[in-house]
Design a protein around this ligand. Structure first.
Ligand code: SF4
Ligand code: SF4
Length: 356
């Protein structure tokens, strides 16, 4: 029985497997092998407690009967006369940074007939993409995932840095945005470390036919009633993340987190069990978890500022003029700068410009 699973580099006729990695892919492969009834050995350059895969993954693997060996590195594939793999020669090793150093004289062989290499890969750029190769099988990028030193070229995913699928999807999204900026002839700017999605008040107003009117020029005393000015709005993009210290937590009763249920499968029952180990939320659970959102940094129309302002300086914007992000307005001729509205705002949406 010869099998092929994932990146199998050798196959033969025994029911054992071994593969070498630091993390998640090896756990996925070993878990799949156990479910197929194969005995699996998972090896890692790092000691078991320092493997980069999550502890939960390691616990699942051990429970399901995977033999995990840490602090070892592969030396050689052992083959029989026909060239088929019969084992993997290993040696114990110590890690110096990301560099494994073999301990001489500690070699041993893991007998197996399937060897899966679940280690980091690199791109095959030879066919037409050689000009993008940074010399190490990867593509080097700069701000916005533009290829370094190349106009009109953008790249993302494992070919710039092997990581998670979700990371690659994020690269694609950011690169698409950068391409838009590039096509408009604007400069590609560095992005904030955490990419928080901001609402665009002008866009919100536009959608409601509330665009500010054109400024006709000339000097006018005061703009309180001017329809060309957007009042009570500050572009918060400079302070996108509202820290928990700025929230008024007294507003929020404690609501326990909804955790996804985990199934633990033991080695006696693992064969043929392809059900999810981490059970997805039901619609009801997902809704409840969504209700825990504290709307950090975004007005959620609670009226606290209207109620608590001692000067009655804060008022609701008339209904027909409201938009997302424009629910309340302040009359600065009444405001005495007492900070009460900012203190009672549950979401940290009100920022005072009058000092601490
Ligand atoms: S700072 Fe004080 S007076 Fe001014 S709007 Fe806020 S609560 Fe009212
Ligand atoms: S600004 Fe803050 S306090 Fe005022 S309504 Fe919005 S969330 Fe509530």
């Amino acid at each position: 029985m010869a099998r092929r699973l994932g990146h199998i580099s050798a196959t033969a006729n025994k029911d054992a497997a071994s593969f070498d990695t630091l993390g998640y892919t090896a756990h996925d492969v070993s878990g799949a092998l156990r479910r197929e009834g194969v005995s699996a050995t998972l090896t890692s350059l790092f000691p078991i407690e320092k493997m980069t895969a999550a502890e939960r993954e390691r616990e699942d693997a051990l429970r399901e009967g995977v033999d995990i060996r840490g602090g070892v590195m592969p030396v050689e594939v052992i083959r029989d006369a026909s060239g088929k793999a019969t084992g993997l020669k290993m040696v114990e090793c110590d890690m110096k940074g990301m560099q494994p150093i073999a301990r001489e004289g500690t070699e041993f062989v893991i007998e197996c007939d399937i060897i899966v290499s679940a280690i980091g890969q690199m791109g095959d750029l030879a066919e037409g993409l050689a000009g993008l190769d940074n010399g190490k099988g990867f593509i080097a990028v700069e701000t916005g995932y533009k290829v370094k030193g190349k106009d009109k070229h953008f790249a993302g995913g494992d070919v710039i840095r092997p990581h998670l699928l979700t990371t690659a999807i994020g690269h694609g999204r950011v690169a698409a945005e950068t391409i838009g900026v590039y096509l408009k002839g604007r400069e590609i700017e560095k992005r904030p470390k955490v990419d928080v999605h901001q609402f665009n008040l002008l866009e919100e107003l536009h959608q409601r036919n509330l665009d500010p009117v054109k400024y006709e020029g000339g000097q006018i005393r005061g703009t309180a009633d001017a329809k060309y000015a957007v009042h009570n709005f500050e572009d918060r993009s400079a302070a996108q993340i509202i820290s928990h210290e700025l929230l008024y937590k007294g507003h929020f009763p404690f609501v326990a987190r909804n955790r996804r249920h985990e199934r633990h499968v033991d080695s006696q029952n693992v064969i043929g069990d392809f059900e999810e180990r981490i059970v997805a939320f039901s619609e009801e659970q997902a809704r409840k978890e969504g209700e825990r959102c504290m709307s950090c940094g975004m007005c959620f129309e609670c009226d606290n500022c209207v109620i608590y302002c001692p000067q009655t300086a804060v008022a609701r914007v008339p209904k027909k003029e409201r938009a997302l992000g424009r629910y309340v307005e302040t009359d600065y001729t009444k405001c005495v700068g007492c900070h009460i509205c900012a203190d009672v705002c549950p979401t940290g949406y009100i920022q005072m410009g009058l000092g601490e």
